[in-house]
Design a protein around this ligand. Structure first.
Ligand code: FES
Length: 97
């Protein structure tokens, strides 16, 4: 199926991976999400809203800007600290909070 996107280009919707449901892990517990959604959205949808502590004040921190600038959403994704709002869910992604 072809669809017209906002940049006036056709995209092939049948080749996108957004419709595929994959498993991923948060603190070694299995969850499911659509492949290609952001890790931040997957965390939020599964009630992980407090995802880290402020290093100085030790207060709970969570998602804020959702565009990669505030760095409030840093989590350990597959062994590397990454911004969850700009990282994508892939099959068997392992997230540690
Ligand atoms: S929520 Fe601000 S960088 Fe991810």
């Amino acid at each position: 199926m072809l669809k017209y996107n906002q940049r006036n280009k056709f995209i092939n919707m049948s080749s996108t991976t957004l419709n595929r449901i994959v498993e991923f892990y948060i603190n070694e517990k299995k969850y499911f999400a659509r492949e290609g959604t952001s890790v931040a959205l997957a965390l939020y949808n599964n009630n992980y809203k407090k995802i880290r502590k402020s290093p100085k004040l030790k207060t709970d921190r969570g998602l804020f800007c959702m565009m990669g600038s505030c760095q409030e959403c840093i989590v350990n994704i597959d062994g590397v600290k990454k911004l969850s709002c700009i990282s994508k869910i892939k099959k068997n992604t392992k997230i540690f909070i």
